[in-house]
Ligand binder design. Structure first.
Ligand code: NAP
Length: 305
């Protein structure tokens, strides 16, 4: 039996692993993918993590993992299907086998939200992508559209502008949600065209994406943009589903937990993008990892007396 099992190996999970080992816990990290780092791995450049300006996201993910390794955290690849509570035991069920611990930290992060328009499913991987840094190189000297107006959409567009001949940013409002500094960088790029007040009706193409049909919400007109690639960046959904039979969620489907990361179930904590919070950033995920372990320590002290 482990003292602590951490589900997920993004910044929150890896930070919890470092703090868990420092607290003297026998700590296991369960990770779904063969590579740790979570969403950070797909970020070209992280510009807002203190002390590491302009760091490549992949390198950052690797460094986080190395740190947890060096502290002696154990890692195992497993696909988690749920958790259960039996007295003082917290059980993590996976497709491979069950694992037992005194406490669990859920740090499963979030995944890309789908646009849910015709063509999206059919043309997935045929010109539609959810990760510009992963797939951008396929669109060298071609035309791409980024859908969305948040940090990810703008970062993707900035990245793609270096590779593509032309990049459209299609946003449903007249103002971007992204951080101002990102917007300023975007507006300077000569090969980026902002398409305001527009939603996507359909992604077009037979074998490969050939364009998008868009609807202007202001003048009510539809038109087609010819593009070779569509990068969808319309937000995230929490990877929380398999826990919802045991742990309470908020209205958005995020695991309900405050800054102490304590969920509705004693001994089960939620850290990082998967929990209710205002600001989803690497730095807040890393902070959650530390706070969650502090709460595990408190929980242990309570349950030992
Ligand atoms: P986000 O901030 O939630 O932005 C999603 C964008 O997609 C919004 O502009 C939204 O439009 C638009 N959108 C949502 N649903 C849509 C739909 N059905 N059709 C068309 N457009 C739609 O998501 P994100 O950019 O993926 O970022 C996720 C989180 O990670 C955020 O908290 C973000 O701050 C954080 N993050 C931070 C950094 C950084 O600091 N460098 C980098 C990456 C991510 P509206 O604006 O109209 O709602």
């Amino acid at each position: 039996m482990y003292d602590l099992i951490i589900i997920g190996s993004g910044p929150a999970g890896l930070s919890a692993a470092v703090y868990g080992k420092r607290a003297g816990f026998r700590t296991l990290v369960l990770e779904k993918n063969p590579m740790s780092g979570g969403q950070v791995l797909n970020t070209y450049e992280v510009d807002n993590y203190l002390g590491m300006p302009g760091m490549n996201g992949f390198d950052m993910g690797m460094q986080f993992r190395e740190h947890a390794d060096r502290m002696g955290a154990e890692f195992e690849e497993a696909d988690v299907t749920g958790i259960a509570v039996e007295g003082d035991k917290r059980i993590v069920k996976t497709r491979q086998r069950d694992f037992e611990a005194k406490a669990i930290i859920i740090a499963t992060g979030a995944a890309h939200r789908k646009l849910e328009v015709p063509g999206e499913e059919r043309l997935a991987g045929r010109g539609i992508s959810y990760c510009a840094t992963c797939d951008g190189a396929f669109f060298r000297n071609k035309t791409a559209a980024v859908i969305g107006g948040g940090d990810v959409a703008v970062e993707d567009a900035i990245f793609l502008a270096r590779v593509c001949e032309k990049v459209y940013v299609v946003h449903r409002r007249e103002e971007l949600r992204a951080a101002r500094i990102l917007q300023e960088r975007l507006f300077e790029l000569p090969n980026v065209e902002l398409v305001w007040n527009s939603t996507v009706n359909e992604i077009l193409g037979n074998e490969q994406v050939s364009g998008i049909s868009i609807h202007n919400r202001k003048d009510g007109q539809d038109r087609t943009l010819s593009v070779d690639g569509v990068f969808i960046a319309v937000g995230i959904v929490p990877n929380a589903e398999v826990f919802l039979d045991v742990v309470d969620a908020d209205q958005g489907g995020y695991l309900a937990a405050g800054e102490d990361c304590a969920t509705s179930v004693p001994g089960v904590f939620a850290a990082g993008d998967v929990r209710t919070k205002k600001l989803r950033q690497i730095v807040t995920a890393v902070a959650d990892g530390a706070n969650a372990v502090a709460s595990v320590q408190e929980y242990n002290n309570l349950s030992n007396h």
